[in-house]
Design a protein around this ligand. Structure first.
Ligand SMILES: CC(C)(COP(=O)(O)OP(=O)(O)OC[C@H]1O[C@@H](n2cnc3c(N)ncnc32)[C@H](O)[C@@H]1OP(=O)(O)O)[C@@H](O)C(=O)NCCC(=O)NCCS
Length: 327
């Protein structure tokens, strides 16, 4: 039976570092508050003229190089993003053009911070059905241009970055993606959204005056939602594969807040050392968070052949899920 494995990973974060101290000059906050409540110390901010697709392309080239794969070998490009270069066309087709991946069809996937996990699941379906051999999965997000820099509740959390994974087939039953489990709950759509700029409230002076084109967030509700559903998503994945919590070698997680990750792992009984944490340096990079974490763990040599990796992510929607993989 064919299933998919990750052949290469790549990541990119812009050069400019914005520290908590820098934020103290922008909004009424402190390094101490941000560190204690979120675990974040600094985040990266894209340069003027640097677009989401630019970050995505750099991460993609790094993943392709690791996979020994040329752009023209790619069958599908999926970009998980809610901060594409523009509303139309997709970020993915811009990435396709910049990479020269002329054979690929390309589309964006909107599942906020869970975007790259959802994209990985879709890639897996195409690979397992035999209709694609190389899928480029990217999570790329430039939220620094979509947050309200006067709202201390949200602006301290986010950072810009892109991560990529090249996914291809394997027939080795002991390696690769074992399962993905995805969920959505649209009844919670109002706890994290960008209310303006779509068809309901098209771009207008009024939308801009009311800051409706920026991220609106009820942090406390998201927090409660995340610590409730993420442990269940991991247990669901383990159950489906006849595995136990103690079988997990690594957790690769979307990182919104270190306290969310700690609380989920505590509920599961997984030691924190099993999770690759980098949010201290990047903040919440939304759909990029999971692939940049995977790439860092991979390049640091932490992931050994056959290791069991449990992935989890949650984002606006709400949208969330898990994946289990043998490295
Ligand atoms: C946002 C978040 C860090 C807030 O932490 P919290 O412990 O829940 O804090 P609360 O919301 O209870 O706010 C506590 C107080 O700190 C204040 N506060 C909020 N942001 C602040 C900041 N940057 N600096 C200082 N004080 C701040 C609040 O105004 C509130 O003050 P009040 O009690 O006088 O009203 C946390 O809820 C979180 O991370 N949620 C998830 C967000 C997320 O993941 N978003 C993306 C989805 S993937």
């Amino acid at each position: 039976m064919i299933h998919s494995q990750i052949l290469g990973t790549g990541a990119y974060a812009p050069k400019r570092v914005l520290t908590n101290k820098d934020l103290e000059a922008l909004v009424e906050t402190t390094d101490q508050w941000i560190t204690a409540r979120t675990g974040i110390k600094e985040r990266r901010i894209a340069a003027e003229g640097e677009d989401t697709s630019d970050m995505a392309v750099i991460a993609a080239r790094r993943a392709l190089a690791m996979a020994g794969c040329r752009p023209e070998d790619i069958d599908i490009i999926i970009v998980g993003t809610i901060s594409a270069d523009m509303p139309l066309p997709s970020c993915a087709v811009i990435v396709q053009a910049k990479l020269g991946a002329s054979r690929a069809f390309a589309f964006d996937l909107s599942a906020a911070c869970a975007g790259s996990l959802f994209a990985l699941s879709i890639a897996d379906q195409f690979i397992a059905s035999g209709s694609a051999k190389r899928v480029l999965v990217i999570g790329a997000e430039l939220l620094s241009r979509l947050v309200d820099w006067s709202d201390r509740n949200s602006c301290v959390l986010f950072g810009d970055a892109a991560g990529a994974m090249v996914v291809g087939p394997t027939t080795d039953p002991d390696r690769g993606l074992l399962s993905t489990h995805l969920h959505s709950d649209g009844t919670a759509a109002d706890i994290l959204n960008i209310p303006g700029g779509g068809s309901r409230h098209p771009q207008s002076h009024e939308v801009v005056d009311k800051n409706m084109h920026k991220v609106h967030m009820n942090g406390r509700e998201i927090y409660k939602f995340a610590v409730r559903v993420l442990p269940a998503a991991i247990l669901e994945a383990l159950d489906a594969n006849g595995l136990k919590v103690s079988d997990i070698d690594h957790i690769v997680s979307h990182q919104a807040n270190a306290r969310i990750v700690e609380s989920v792992l505590e509920r599961l009984g997984v030691p924190l050392e099993k999770c690759w944490l980098n949010l201290e340096r990047y903040g919440n990079t939304s759909s990029a968070s999971l692939p940049i974490s995977l790439d860092e763990a991979n390049r640091a040599g932490c992931l050994k052949k056959g290791d069991l990796i449990a992935m989890m992510a949650i984002g606006g929607g709400m949208a969330w899920g898990s994946a289990l993989m043998r490295w």
